[in-house]
Design a protein around this ligand. Structure first.
Ligand code: A3P
Length: 287
């Protein structure tokens, strides 16, 4: 946990961009349009990947926008002051991004026809990715050690709160026709099929060539080369590229090279305890 953060309704947010005022506006006053598409995640679950996929789908596979406009301008983080202004000026249909837990998501969404795409990932890989990201992303605060971060993550003492609460909160809305759940693992396993599924959810008809373009331009390699989404354009005070790489490994199961046997057992116990009421079958299922 960094020394400084913004706290809003018991959830801690990185400071610098977020403020209590901007979060209040996002929750209570944000004007949701019926054709808005929200890209929602817990951190390190594939947020930026999904921005690329959705942005490409909305542009019928044409990569020009993805290659020429920063992702934060294409899919603004509307919980920040700057993101709110960008979102306000965007033409419809808007693509919007956030890590908000469901209980503080814009109230107006629940009275609208807007859509949410919620991406979730094996929490052990989220933890590892979050640990490395916190080393390079200054507002997140450098972790004292992997073990310290491991414990903070399990206790929900990290920015954006507990992974377990975020996931169980959002999954309560499963079954609603305007909310689409997908896993990072599914994207990895079958990106083309996932894109086709997303197109159906969004009511977009893309031909084979357009879908191929989405898949190619949203590949890890293509994104690594694209400065509009690989985070290299961020200032050093925000993202220290000497301390890591945002598009780090992009694989499933990296936790196996980080967790000790004891940590793995500890994680499984915590997972079973915190997720016991959930009937959902995930591609990972620790324990
Ligand atoms: P790793 O740190 O495990 O590599 P977020 O955007 O939510 O912060 O998530 C970042 C994670 O998604 C990073 O994971 C990053 O490498 C991964 N990622 C981003 N784009 C990807 C892609 N096209 N294919 C696979 N993984 C991707």
């Amino acid at each position: 946990m960094p020394a400084q953060y913004v706290q809003y309704k018991r959830i801690k947010f990185p400071c610098g961009y977020n403020s209590v005022e901007s979060l209040q506006v996002a929750e209570n006053e944000f004007q949701v349009r019926d054709d808005d598409i929200f890209n929602v995640t817990y951190p390190k679950s594939g947020t930026v990947w999904m921005i690329e996929i959705l942005s490409l789908i909305l542009n019928e596979g044409n990569p020009v926008l993805n290659q020429s406009v920063l992702n934060s301008l294409r899919a603004p983080w509307f919980t920040t002051q700057l993101g709110l202004e960008t979102a306000h000026d965007l033409p419809s249909p808007r693509l919007l991004t956030c890590h908000l837990p469901v209980q503080i998501f814009p109230k107006a969404f629940f009275r609208s026809k807007a859509k949410v795409v919620y991406t979730l990932r094996d929490p052990r890989d989220v933890l590892v990715s979050y640990y490395h990201f916190s080393k390079m992303c200054i507002p997140f605060g450098e972790p004292k050690s992997f073990n310290h971060f491991f414990e903070s993550f399990l206790n929900g003492e990290v920015l954006f709160g507990s992974w377990f609460d975020h996931i169980t909160g959002w999954l309560k809305l499963k079954g609603k026709s305007n909310i689409f759940f997908i896993t990072y693992e599914r994207l990895q396993q079958d990106l083309r099929g996932s894109v086709e599924h997303l197109c159906r959810f969004l009511g977009k008809e893309l031909d084979e060539a357009a879908i191929t373009s989405v898949v190619q331009n949203a590949s890890f390699e293509a994104m690594q080369k694209n400065n509009m989404c690989n985070s290299t354009m961020l200032p050093k005070e925000v993202m220290d590229q000497e301390k890591g790489t945002f598009l780090r490994k992009g694989i499933c199961g990296d936790w196996k090279t980080h967790f000790t046997v004891a940590q793995s057992e500890c994680f499984d116990r915590a997972y079973q305890e915190k997720m016991q009421d959930l009937k959902e079958i995930f591609p990972w299922q620790p324990g």
